[in-house]
Design a protein around this ligand. Structure first.
Ligand code: GLY
Ligand code: MN
Ligand code: MN
Length: 442
């Protein structure tokens, strides 16, 4: 639990250095799915970064001045009747004690307390402009402080973007976060291996989705970190395929993009393998291009390199491969320049990964004034985690060699930047074509 107190302390230090004030981070709201049922509840990721307190209707407030620092957890009071229906609630005093806050307070008192805490403070730190509810609350709190002007109270003159501070912190993972991400990656790797061993012609995509979920949950993962994509044959060319209900046929590939969330941290893996257990020659040709592209991308990942380097390296290999097999016209530099390859590779090669699957954090150096996006690309540092996910997607069309029609391939792994390179957190999932075939065939 100390790591959360340390993170809150770091925020208070940043606030102090910028003149102090009061910061607030609210957790997520419960969302109705239909009538009386709600979507499974998950804390807001910024809140979760500062405390694992699991209940909805809660807020963390940090007061940071030169002479004062206080952390307060606002949450629901105990309620015997509601606890009988919905389960245990800590209540403010027990929650503050258990989760290491200076004090707890009932969430109903938030407006009243904020009006008091903000009196004579320099700034309100919050995620202003991200939610109408929060914006309206901020207006109410500030109005309540300003209403005390004739009593000699001054209101904050600044609203500071707290998420900018948190984004920078969350971008570089600490040891506790890395431990959770390793475990998430291991469980997801086991799930992909299970999928390879259970997929066969005649089964439906959702049966394999169920195998993934089984492996996630039996290992203690919270949930899938995002909607699992289980896409057979041409469905793999739909980047965010959701239906997962088609029959899987012999001769087709199965693309699975799925990862669990463990202790609130995401993993994100894609594997593509032959439903019948053996790649065809055309499938293998494209598969090896994507694998080579991924290797080239991973080679670039080390401290001091730019985030964009992995994408640039992957694209060069992908496009040369597309030229070699007649999908795209050469030479390489002309194809890169014209962007003709984008018909078959239309997404980026990676994104930050952490509490969110598409995690927060700027992809540009914060200090970069340069308007050229690639020149300003983020410089990698130890503790950053990015996915590496090149692919090739070939929809059937008259001007495309028919052997490649309806083949969609993506290979995605999660890379932690280390002191001298990177560690592939998802290394346990077979990746080379021959290793996949061996895993599938016993
Ligand atoms: N699964 C989402 C992504 O790969 O970005
Ligand atoms: Mn991804
Ligand atoms: Mn993915």
């Amino acid at each position: 639990m100390q790591e959360f107190a340390d993170r809150r302390q770091r925020i208070m230090e940043t606030m102090r250095a910028a003149g102090g004030g009061v910061a607030i981070v609210c957790t997520g709201a419960e969302v109705i799915r239909n009538r009386d049922s709600e979507y499974p509840y998950r804390s807001d990721s910024y809140f979760r970064y500062l405390s694992p307190f699991p209940e909805p209707q809660a807020a963390i407030v940090l007061v940071a001045d030169s002479d004062r620092g206080e952390s307060i957890l606002f949450c629901r009071p105990k309620n015997e009747e509601r606890e009988t229906w919905d389960g245990f609630r800590y209540g403010p005093p027990a929650a503050a004690e258990r989760f290491g806050f200076d004090r707890g307070a009932p969430i109903e008192s938030l407006d009243e307390e904020m009006a008091k805490l903000l009196a004579n403070r320099a700034a309100l730190w919050c995620a202003i402009g991200t939610s109408e509810t929060l914006d309206a609350s901020a207006r109410r709190w500030l109005a309540a402080v300003r209403a005390q002007a004739r009593a000699g109270v001054t209101a904050p003159t600044r609203i500071a973007d707290l998420n900018h501070v948190l984004d920078e912190m969350r971008l570089v993972k600490d040891a506790h976060e890395i431990r959770a991400m390793r475990r998430a990656a291991q469980i997801s790797s086991a799930a992909h291996l299970r999928a390879m061993r259970t997929a066969r012609p005649g089964r439906r995509e959702y049966e394999i989705e169920a195998e993934l979920l089984y492996e996630f949950r039996r290992n203690g993962a919270d949930a899938p970190a995002y909607g699992s994509i289980v896409a057979a044959g041409r469905n793999a060319c739909v980047l965010h395929y959701r239906a997962n209900d088609a029959v899987m046929n012999d001769g087709e590939l199965l693309l699975i993009d799925a990862g669990c969330e463990f202790d609130a941290y995401a993993s994100d893996i894609t594997r593509t393998f032959p439903i019948g257990g053996r790649f065809s020659a055309a499938q293998r040709t494209l598969y090896d291009i994507v694998l080579d592209a991924q290797r080239a991308a991973i080679e670039t990942i080390r401290p001091g390199a730019r985030f964009i380097d992995a994408h640039d390296a992957a694209v060069r290999v992908l496009v040369q491969g597309m030229i070699d097999c007649g999908l795209v016209e050469g030479p390489l530099d002309a194809a890169l320049e014209s962007g003709s390859y984008r018909r078959f590779y239309m997404h980026r090669t990676g994104h930050w990964l952490g509490l969110d699957v598409h995690d927060c954090g700027s992809y540009r150096e914060p200090s970069a004034a340069d308007a050229d996006a690639s020149a300003a690309s983020r410089i990698l540092r130890p503790g950053m985690v990015t996915t590496v996910e090149p692919g090739i997607y070939v929809r059937a069309a008259d001007d495309v060699p028919s052997a490649f029609h309806d083949i969609g391939i993506r290979i995605e792994d999660d890379a932690l930047v280390t002191d001298d390179g990177c560690e592939i957190l998802t290394i346990d999932t077979p990746r080379r074509a021959e290793d996949i075939e061996a895993a599938m065939n016993g």
